[in-house]
Design a protein around this ligand. Sequence first.
Ligand SMILES: [Zn+2]
Ligand SMILES: [Zn+2]
Length: 171
Amino acid sequence: MLLNLSKILSTPSAKEDFSISLELTSVRFMGNEYPVKDKQDVIIHAENIGKNKVDVKGSTILTLNLTCDRCLEDVPWECKIEFEKEYDKSDANDEWNQESFIEGNNLDVDGLIYEELIQKIPMKVLCSEECKGICPVCGVNRNKEQCDCDQSVPDPRMAAIQDIFNKFKEV
Ligand SMILES: [Zn+2]
Ligand SMILES: [Zn+2]
């Protein structure tokens, strides 16, 4: 949702609290799309801190459904987001000096939260440290089912690690 900052911008020492609901339903990141499982309204405090200057502080908590790197099951991931931004408009040409997520006199809260969120998504996601992953032969989730496949067939990722390990030994 957009938050209109006009009133705070034009009123000396004005301050106001807002509760902004997010429209965000999923997050695209590194070629994946993660659904938003749970979200809270963004609590925002905006304050006039000088002529045409506004300070915006906000926080929220979101839960995304990430995917386990080994077994590909959903992994709920809760993320707390806190931000503080200062926006100011120059007198000369009535333009924002800091334009990110500003449209007209509105702050694009969804855009801002999205940007903060993708910086926090972990690169490595596991449902648990002990996750047994997917059988490389038959594809069952080995946390849930046992199969009779020949487990000596190496997982290609494990094989890559083994290669690196062997190289170290040769040095
Ligand atoms: Zn897993
Ligand atoms: Zn199997």
